[in-house]
Design a protein around this ligand. Structure first.
Ligand code: ATP
Length: 253
């Protein structure tokens, strides 16, 4: 559990005169769910895309599963899964056909129906991507990251825009992916999500890591400074009401 599967050292990314990533260093341990948190424009996506071999860095070094990004980008591509944006899918193919196509490209034997079952989408096998709801689209895009049985999966804001149940469904799915042995690196703006899913989080601000620890340790550090949350008077929140009224279990939205 303590082996580093990703190592980032002094990573810098400049866009012209603007430095988006200012010499960050961190490690992701094998088998963990690691979160990159930070305000809009902090440099999270840039950092992820560099590690994913999709964007050039300005300087610094990156190793993925022992392979150096500068020397072995092709080999790195074969062991990672990256959640694609919606635009990446072929509009005229249905879900089953897209998975079949991807497995051909990856040269993998994958049973499309079995994979769709893992993300609870067997009933949509004959549907096109554009016909899916937001949560179904997110689940499908996570399914496509699993086709090459990757060691590491990268998810950039996987639950943005989803309703409370769909978010919880996605959380279950992400935990299952990790239980299958993969390491997960994700970005999120939802702190409840980071707290629920991530073993460790790095807080990124203006291109720098300002804190890196377990959610629990970060909370304890803040509490130790004397910080107190505004007292909550009620035993439930509006989200609890919503979940209670519309059903907590897996549902097909
Ligand atoms: P968000 O939470 O909004 O997704 P982020 O932390 O993922 O933000 P990035 O997308 O990495 O942030 O962007 C970091 C900074 O780099 C931003 O100021 C952004 O405007 C800038 N940036 C990103 N891509 C480019 C580009 N191709 N050319 C110029 N500047 C860019």
């Amino acid at each position: 559990m303590s082996t580093a599967i990703i190592k980032v050292k002094d990573l810098v990314k400049k866009y012209g005169d603007f430095t988006a990533v200012k010499g960050i260093s961190f490690e992701v341990k094998e088998g963990e769910i690691f979160g990159l948190l930070g305000p809009n424009g902090a440099g999270k996506t840039t950092t992820l895309e560099i590690i994913e071999t999709l964007r050039d860095k300005t300087s610094g070094e990156v190793w993925v599963d022992g392979m150096n990004l500068d020397k072995d980008p092709q080999a790195i591509k074969t062991i990672i899964g990256v959640q694609l944006q919606a635009a990446g899918y072929y509009p005229n193919l249905n879900l089953k056909q897209i998975i079949a196509l991807f497995s051909g490209l990856y040269n993998r034997e994958v049973d499309p129906m079995k994979l769709l079952e893992t993300v609870n989408l067997t009933e949509k096998a004959k549907s096109k991507f554009k016909e899916l709801s937001g949560g179904q689209k997110q689940r499908f895009s996570i399914a496509t990251t699993l086709i090459n049985d990757p060691k590491i999966i990268f998810l950039d804001e996987p639950t943005t825009g989803l309703d409370p149940q769909a978010r919880r469904n996605l959380w279950d799915l992400i935990k299952q992916v990790r239980e299958r042995g993969a390491t997960v690196v994700l970005t999120t703006h939802y702190m409840d999500e980071a707290e629920e899913l991530c073993e460790r989080v790095a807080i990124v601000d203006s291109g720098q890591i300002i804190s890196l620890d377990t959610p629990n340790a970060l909370i304890d550090k803040l509490v130790a400074t004397g910080f107190q949350r505004k007292k909550e008077l009620k035993a439930a929140s509006l989200e609890d009401v919503f979940l209670n009224m519309t059903g907590k279990e897996w549902r097909d939205e």
